[in-house]
Structure formats: structure tokens, C-alpha cells
Design a protein around this ligand. Structure first.
Ligand code: BGC
Length: 795
């Protein structure tokens, strides 16, 4: 293929080309001024910029520049508002540009397979349609202001435990319909300039060197024209990565892997033309981006962005319960504000998305502006989860003396973070005890939840109202008070199902997997696709959310291209409604979930007003992915067209006939469990039928390998290995006791040994890692010999 930047590339030496394909340090790429190639600057920022000052480091030890902390992706997804997402992302783009950032590492697009994934707060939904639409809006917003967006992590990266070494074993249909579908929509609708490959293996091959993912899907099927950037430390075999279409290995390792590229070219194992191609792709995308970023404004409007963060948080709050219309709350009431989160907000997640906010609000400071009656405050619990009976007693007293209790609870910082999965779905025990105690004192109880992902709510019957703010960003507190007092009518709806308890979740028996494998045995039955198919009772269905007003639906009109219907605000105050379109195949031959989301719209309606809305059908509205033809096919027959308030509340229904594409059912021998959706106990045999091949052997063969993670040193045969494990584990437990998620330790805990090359910026070579692995396996002398030899030869 003719190179677009031939004139530049033909002047570059082989060594320079090799260097360009890895980072220079933590956040930059190599620049070559003599050829007009600048250094490109990449920075985290799914919900706020984390642009480090001074020397960059992996773990955020160096502070980042003050930036607006917007609500996280999981929060904004509850708004179901693509315009809002685009506006927020536009503001992110402006902040990035003001810091001279060429590429924003986000948004996070992974599917919430299990409520326990520690990074769910950074992801949009359990549903790929919603995630794809919101992701596309983010990419459009970011790129409209100049920088490149780098949606992540491609793909099937739905767990944090052993995230850098696990193998996601997934059948092709599930991969296409669930785990890569959001990426596909986002690529088609917003043309991201970059995409980040994930840490894990997919069916035995690391994402960053996965020909099927990077070539067949991303470029050939989705039409991706941007560049592939490895997640930080996700490059397993750089030569293979470059061959398969990965452009940039991050972070840098002082040229260690560039030497591997040079050696591969010299040995005839890799054609230099492949390097030219990868560089051409980088320059084609990044030179124009950099030009725009260079003409940048060096500041952004801090106050305007704070205001936008507040608006975004308010639009994303979900009203889960409102008995006796206790909300909105009148300002004259005597209020007891209880819960430490009211004084020190829980507003963002932990890990690479951690923002140093321009300011942070808290509900306690602001309450006086909203309520004219007496306000008392009691923290009620300690954030570090320790029970303190004295705090509970004081909270009870405050509750008794007040007209109404506003109780702020949820997940603390140590409960959810990048780098770890939760081990249960419960809220901290000390908070549960507090809720029960306070509820006994005062029935006028309004619970305000802050958490980035799903929690069990065994106390729900005791509360009159429940508002869920997810992680509302730096202005989440005023947004919540706006909703509590009725200044804003809540309109958010859940982007994920709230099951009653963790045991009810579809991946319960399979998550997070054993040893090296993460087996996606539940197939396409993720989230509501499972609960609704098997009619399992849930706490709140997917798409659920209340309002201070009511809406009625009427006048459904179906055409070949889509649906139209009317929404009337039948209440007394203005509000927004999110209408959802689900499709159900009547008597399907090819197994499928009972219904699937295929469209939605959010519309603002004045009291008494009726608005007609339209949702169009799209290419994938009626399709399923056929593993035999390798194509999206339509099964012939009738399809129910369901307009619903949430996945369990249909309000209008019609029927449409679709001519099929004639493909044969590829699943003739599949056991009934997949047809019925009862995927709770999938046997090896059934799973292998779904996969179409044997389950790969994911068990340890006694010895650790360089792709095993530090947390697996638990199995080390050598004392040195076990000692390292013991130290790491102790440090982790100590940090948990302090109530923090220590990302530095978590990072190493989940990092495979090969990650030492990148984390030490090339002080460790691949050969030294091999020596280290020998040592942890108990071969101390030969391991030391290997390490010293490799250190001398720099191999
Ligand atoms: C995370 C990415 C992040 C990168 C750089 C990785 O550990 O998985 O989401 O962009 O670090 O901070």
C-alpha cells in the first residue's frame, strides 16, 4: 500500500522507526524534529484529565494538574443522553488541549459482565447498544475539540483480577454480540482516532497481538482507520504486536523492545515495510491532531466546566423509590444529615482515572443553601468500615429529633477500584448497621447512595425514598441537592440491572475464573438478557428510574424503517422521559435472549404536553451473529416491537415481519440450557458445544511462567517467590485496613512478571525476567546466572 507519509518515512533509519513504535517514558512518544515529527502526548481522562506534572509515573505518584472531575461513565450512562455525553466529552477535549494533550485515554467501553468488576464505575453499561451509543458520543465530543480519543480496553476485559494475565475464553457469537459490539458501534458512528488494546488474552492470544481482533474485526469488519495503542504494559510480544497491527506500545522501556524489532527485521522475521506501515498510520492520524492541539488555548473555563459537571450529575441521578411522594423535600423541614459521605463526598473512582479536581463540593456545606429549617449532622460511620457504636448512637439521636433524615451511604474508596474486583456485592457492614438503626428512629428516611456499581439493598423497604447518584464528580453534591429539593426533576435510568443478591447474577458460577482462564460460559446472557429471559425477580430492572412526574405513551406507528409514538407528561411538573425500544423474536429457532435493547430516546416534556418521538431501526436491529456464516443474519418471522419504560415495563407493543437472510441455524446440537437461558450450571460439554472447540487448559503445570502475575506467586515453589507474595499481600491488607485502594500495590499484584521490563523502564530486560521466573520457581542459582548474563548482554 502506498504510504501517505512516504517522504518522511524513507528518511528514517531502522532504529528510529523501531523507537517510534514504543513510548518515550510514561506518556509521550518519540519525536524526531529533523523529520518534522513531534512528540505526541497521551493522558488519562475518561471523566477528567489526569495530566501529570513533572515526570510521569505509572501509578499517579506525581500529582496531576487540577482538572474538572466530571461524573464517571457509569454515572453519565444513566442519563441516556447522547448530547450531554458529547458536551461533557467536549469539555474534556478542551481541558486536554489546554494542557497540550494530543490523545485522551478513554472512554472505557467494556461490558459490565459482573457487578463485581472493580472498574465498572468507568464503564457505561451491561448492554452493548447503550454502551456503544454513549461511547460514540464521547468520542465525537473529545475529537470535536482537537485531541484524539482512545476508547478502551479492546476487548473482553471485564474483570480486574489477574487482568494482565487472564485468558478470556469466549465464543464468537458472544464476542460479537456482547463484548465487541459497543466498540463496533462506536467505531462506525464516531471514527475514533485510536483504540487501546486490553491486557488480557482472548481465546489464548493477547489482545495487543491478536490478529483476529486487531485485523479481522477492528480494521476489516468495523472499518477502523485509527491507531492501536497498547494498554500500559499490555504488550506481550512487541514484534508480534507490530505485525498484527498494534501501532504503539506503551509505556516506553528506554528502547529495550525497539531493539527486539530491529533484531527481528535484521533476522528476516519481520518485514521493515510493516514498520513503515505502522508509522504511516501513526503519522496520518496524529500529525493533524497535533497541529490543532498546538494552536491551543492554554486555559479552560473552570467555572463553566464545574457548572457542566453539576448539570451532568443531576441529569444522571436515578430516583429508585419515592413512597408517599416524600421527595421533593420542602425546605422548611428539620433535617438530620447523616453519613460521612455528606461531609466528604464519594464522587470518583480510583486508579488511572483519578482526577485532581479543581474543587469538590460536599452536601453538608451546601445544605444550608437549600434548607431553611434546622440542620443537624452526624457522620454515623467510619469510611474505613470499622463499626463505631458511639457514632451510631449519635446518629440515632439526630434522627429522632429531625422531621426527615437524609442518609448518605454507599461504597467507600477501598471498595471499588481499578486493579481489583469486589469480593461481594454488599455495602460495608457498618453502614448497613447504621441504616437499620436510623430507620428504627425515623420513618421519614431518604437514602442517598454513592457507588460506582451495583450494591445489594436489603434495607430498601425501610427507606421511603432512595436516590442513586453513582459517582457524581466534583459537583455531585449540589446536583443531588437540586434533585432532593425538586430544583431538578430526576430523569436518570439505570444502565444496569440491580439483582437482589450477588448469587442471582448470571456469571456467578464463573466469575472471575480459575487459574489462567476466565470462562464466559453464560454466553450472551449478560445482565437483563439473562434476568428477563429466565424471569428472575430483580430489585430494579435495567433501564429503571422514576420521576417526580408521570408519563403516558400512546399512538404507536410502525413502519419498515422504525417506530413513532407519543409521550405525554400527565403530571404537574416538567420532566424528561427515557423511552426504550426492545425487540423480541417470536418463536426463535436460533437461541437468543427474550428481548434486546435496540434504540432509545430522551425527551423533555412540559406538564400536559404531548410529544411525538421517533426511533429508527438500524442495521443490527433484527440480526444475530451467525458463527457458521461468520455474518450478521436475520431469522425470518415476526418480531415484537416493544416500547418500554424499562426492560420489564412495556407500554406499547406492535409486531413486524422480517424476511430472513436464509442462513441455517448453526446450533443444532446445542443443549437446551442456552435456548432457555438457564445458564447457571453450564457443563464442560455444553460449553464446548457453544465454543465449537475444547476448553483451553487453563491450569498451572506446576511452574510459573513469565506471563503469570505476581499474585500467582502464592503458588511459587521457591521461597523467594513466596516471600514476595507474602510482602505484597500484607501491604495490600494494610492499605485495605486504612480504607484506601492502594493502586501501586494492586498494580504489581496483578502484573505479570514480563511487566518488569516496562515498569522499570527497561532496567529489566526480557532475559532478566526469564532469570527471575527461574528464581521464583526455586532454581535460584541458574536463575541468578541467567539474570546476570542477560543484564550484561542487555538481552
Ligand atoms: C489502565 C488504562 C490507563 C493506563 C494509563 C492502565 O493501567 O488500564 O485504562 O489508560 O493504565 O494510565
Amino acid at each position: 500500500m502506498e504510504l501517505k507519509n512516504k517522504k518522511i518515512i524513507e528518511k528514517m533509519t531502522l532504529k528510529e522507526k523501531a523507537l517510534m513504535l514504543s513510548g518515550k517514558g510514561m506518556w509521550k512518544t518519540y519525536g524526531f524534529e529533523k523529520y518534522g515529527i513531534p512528540e505526541f502526548f497521551l493522558s488519562d481522562g475518561p471523566h477528567g484529565m489526569r495530566t501529570q506534572e513533572g515526570a510521569g509515573d505509572w501509578l499517579g505518584i506525581n500529582k496531576s494538574k487540577a482538572a474538572t472531575c466530571f461524573p464517571t461513565a457509569a454515572t453519565i450512562a444513566n442519563s441516556w443522553d447522547k448530547n450531554l455525553a458529547e458536551e461533557v466529552a467536549g469539555a474534556l477535549g478542551k481541558e486536554a488541549v489546554s494542557f497540550g494533550v494530543d490523545m485522551i485515554l478513554g472512554p472505557g467501553m467494556n461490558i459490565k459482565r459482573s457487578p463485581l468488576c472493580g472498574r465498572n464505575f468507568e464503564y457505561f453499561s451491561e448492554d452493548p447498544y447503550l454502551a456503544g451509543e454513549m461511547g460514540a458520543a464521547y468520542v465525537k465530543g473529545i475529537q470535536s475539540k482537537g485531541p484524539a480519543a482512545c476508547p478502551k480496553h479492546f476487548a473482553v476485559n471485564s474483570q480486574e483480577l489477574r487482568r494482565m494475565s487472564n485468558n478470556s475464553v469466549v465464543d464468537e457469537r458472544t464476542l460479537r454480540e456482547i463484548y465487541t459490539a459497543a466498540f463496533e458501534t462506536m467505531v462506525e458512528k464516531s471514527a475514533p482516532k485510536a483504540i487501546m488494546s486490553s491486557y488480557n488474552q482472548i481465546n489464548g492470544v493477547y489482545a495487543n497481538e491478536n490478529q483476529y481482533l486487531l485485523r479481522k474485526l477492528l480494521r476489516d469488519a468495523f472499518g477502523f482507520q485509527g491507531i492501536v495503542v497498547s494498554d500500559w504494559g499490555a504488550s506481550n510480544d512487541h514484534v508480534e504486536g507490530v505485525r498484527c497491527g498494534s501501532n504503539l506500545e506503551m509505556p516506553g522501556n528506554s528502547g529495550t523492545t525497539a531493539k527486539e524489532l530491529v533484531r527481528a527485521v535484521r533476522a528476516g522475521k519481520l518485514d521493515e515495510k510493516v514498520l513503515d506501515q505502522r508509522i504511516d498510520e501513526i503519522l496520518t492520524v496524529m500529525l493533524p491532531v497535533h497541529k490543532r492541539v498546538e494552536q491551543r488555548k492554554k486555559s479552560f473555563d473552570v467555572a463553566a466546566h464545574h457548572k457542566l459537571a453539576r448539570h451532568a450529575a443531576a441529569e444522571s441521578i436515578v430516583l429508585l423509590k419515592n413512597e408517599d411522594h416524600i421527595l421533593p423535600l420542602s425546605s422548611q423541614k428539620k433535617i438530620a444529615v447523616i453519613g460521612e459521605f455528606a461531609e466528604k463526598a464519594r464522587y470518583q473512582g480510583a486508579g488511572s482515572s483519578l482526577v485532581n479536581p479543581t474543587k469538590v463540593e460536599n452536601s453538608l456545606d451546601l445544605a444550608g443553601k437549600y434548607f431553611s429549617g434546622k440542620i443537624t449532622y452526624e457522620p454515623g460511620y467510619h469510611r474505613n468500615q470499622e463499626t463505631d457504636q458511639k457514632l451510631v448512637e449519635k446518629a440515632k439521636k439526630a434522627a429522632v429529633e429531625a422531621d426527615v433524615v437524609l442518609l448518605f451511604v454507599g461504597l467507600d474508596e477501598a471498595s471499588e477500584s481499578e486493579g481489583m474486583d469486589r469480593v461481594h456485592m454488599k455495602m460495608p457492614q457498618n453502614q448497613l448497621e447504621l441504616i437499620n438503626a436510623v430507620a428504627q428512629m425515623n420513618k421519614e428516611l431518604i437514602v442517598v447512595v454513592s457507588a460506582g456499581s451495583v450494591v445489594e439493598m436489603p434495607w430498601i423497604k425501610k427507606a421511603k425514598a432512595v436516590l442513586h447518584g453513582y459517582l457524581g464528580g466534583q459537583a455531585g453534591a449540589s446536583a443531588m441537592l437540586d434533585v432532593i429539593t425538586g430544583k431538578v426533576n430526576p430523569s436518570g435510568k439505570l444502565n444496569e440491572t440491580y439483582p437482589i443478591c450477588y448469587e442471582d447474577t448470571p456469571a456467578y458460577a464463573y466469575y472471575p475464573g480459575k487459574e489462567r482462564n476466565s470462562e464466559y460460559r453464560e454466553g450472551v446472557y449478560v445482565g437483563y438478557r439473562y434476568y428477563d429471559t429466565v424471569k428472575k425477580e430483580v430489585l430494579f430492572p435495567f433501564g429503571f428510574g422514576l420521576s417526580y412526574t408521570d408519563f403516558s405513551y400512546s399512538n404507536l406507528k410502525l413502519s419498515d424503517n422504525g417506530v413513532r409514538f407519543c409521550i405525554t407528561n400527565v403530571g404537574k411538573i416538567a420532566g424528561a422521559e427515557i423511552a426504550q425500544l426492545y425487540i423480541e423474536k417470536e418463536n426463535p429457532a436460533v437461541f437468543r435472549p427474550v428481548h434486546e435493547l435496540k434504540g432509545f430516546c430522551k425527551v423533555f416534556v412540559q406538564p400536559g404536553e404531548t410529544k411525538e418521538v421517533e426511533i429508527s431501526f438500524e442495521d443490527r436491529t433484527f440480526t444475530y451473529f451467525n458463527v457458521q456464516t461468520g455474518k450478521w443474519e436475520i431469522e425470518e418471522g415476526n418480531y415484537k416491537i416493544i416500547i418500554a419504560k424499562n426492560s420489564r415495563a412495556a407500554v406499547l407493543q406492535g409486531k413486524i415481519y422480517r424476511k430472513g437472510t436464509g442462513a441455517e441455524n448453526p446450533y443444532k446440537e446445542l443443549p437446551d440450557v442456552y435456548q432457555t437461558g438457564h445458564i447457571e450450571n453450564i457443563t464442560d460439554e455444553a460449553y464446548e458445544k457453544l465454543l465449537g472447540h475444547r476448553i483451553p487448559d487453563g491450569t498451572w503445570k506446576g511452574e510459573l511462567e513469565k506471563n503469570d502475575a505476581f499474585c500467582q506467586l502464592y503458588y511459587a515453589k521457591g521461597a523467594v517467590g513466596r516471600l514476595i507474595y507474602w510482602i505484597l499481600d500484607k501491604m495490600l491488607k494494610d492499605s485495605e485496613k486504612k480504607g484506601e485502594a492502594n493502586l501501586d500495590i494492586l498494580f504489581f499484584y496483578n502484573m505479570p512478571f514480563r511487566g518488569l521490563v516496562n515498569t522499570t523502564h527497561g532496567i529489566f530486560t526480557s532475559g532478566m525476567v526469564d532469570g527471575f521466573v527461574k528464581i521464583v520457581n526455586g532454581h535460584i542459582l541458574s536463575g541468578l546466572g541467567k539474570m546476570i548474563g542477560a543484564a550484561i548482554l542487555r538481552k
